[in-house]
Design a protein around this ligand. Structure first.
Ligand code: MF3
Ligand code: CO
Length: 256
């Protein structure tokens, strides 16, 4: 069911989303080569708690048989890891890495969801272009995030833009509605046909999240039940914001 948020609910959504935005500002300043992904997870968790929020990914149970509840506060996926990388004391961030972080903060019963790919130190030109295209894919997609358009218009635009840049979108994971639940209807694929899917209406809150691979679109899941990597070993980037559909242009709630 697609939920239309009331004025009050939108205020709550904005608060949850602001926590994520502030957290990324801080992480951007603090993330350095030599840190473990576990250390970054601890910093993020503390920041969210200090801002009165709960890290909603911790213990998240997708309800899929054989998949354990998510064990950390954020997802950190490095280089060929696409999404859902599990923070670890054995995983060290290196100069030249691209590090995708995906975080959901729960505050006052509402969720805010965003992802960023951070470029650590001296990143190759190719990696930089991938990160920039992934971010731009989000902004291309939200040109259609307003009344008069449908979900498929966003999906189609993201998919075509990414393809035009020579990259692939991940097909097995998608954006989503968001609110009291981390994942609500509608699903928002990063590819598809224009003019299809539900119509956009003011009061919808949506997490739009291009996941882009430098090479082939195929992915693999690691034995931890979470980490998704590219099958061909090429790099991957992720960029996500929670947005609010209004009468006019969308509001991006996870950017300050
Ligand atoms: N934040 C992810 C998303 O964008 C979901 C992560 S799954 C979790 O939808 F287990 F880590 F929470
Ligand atoms: Co999301």
């Amino acid at each position: 069911m697609v939920t239309i948020k009331s004025k009050k609910e939108i205020e709550y959504m904005k608060e949850a989303c602001k926590v994520v935005a502030i957290m990324y500002q801080e992480i951007e300043k603090k993330i350095k080569p030599g840190m473990t992904t576990w250390e970054v997870d601890q910093i993020a968790e503390q920041l969210m708690k200090n801002l009165g929020a709960i890290p909603a990914e911790k213990g998240y149970n997708p309800g899929i048989k054989g998949v354990p509840p998510y064990p950390a506060s954020i997802c950190i996926s490095i280089n060929d890891e696409v999404i859902h990388g599990v923070p670890s004391k054995n995983k060290i961030i290196k100069d030249g890495d691209i590090v995708s972080i995906d975080t959901v903060a729960l505050k006052n019963g509402y969720n805010g969801d965003a992802a960023r790919t951070f470029m650590i130190g001296n990143v190759s030109k190719d990696a930089r272009r991938l990160v920039e295209v992934t971010k731009q894919a989000f902004f291309e997609g939200i040109k259609y995030a307003k009344p008069g358009y449908r979900i498929g218009d966003i999906s189609h635009t993201i998919g075509e833009y990414v393809k035009s840049q020579g990259y692939s979108v991940v097909r097995e994971f998608q954006g989503h509605g968001i609110g009291k639940a981390m994942h609500e209807d509608p699903g928002i694929p990063n590819y598809g046909k224009a003019g299809r899917g539900i119509r956009l209406e003011p009061g919808m809150t949506l997490a739009i999240e291009p996941m882009v691979i430098q090479g082939k679109p195929d992915i693999l899941e690691l034995d931890d039940g979470w980490t998704i990597i590219t099958e061909d070993g090429s790099l991957s980037a992720h960029y996500e914001n929670t947005i609010l559909i209004t009468e006019k242009e969308p509001e991006i709630l996870t950017i300050l």
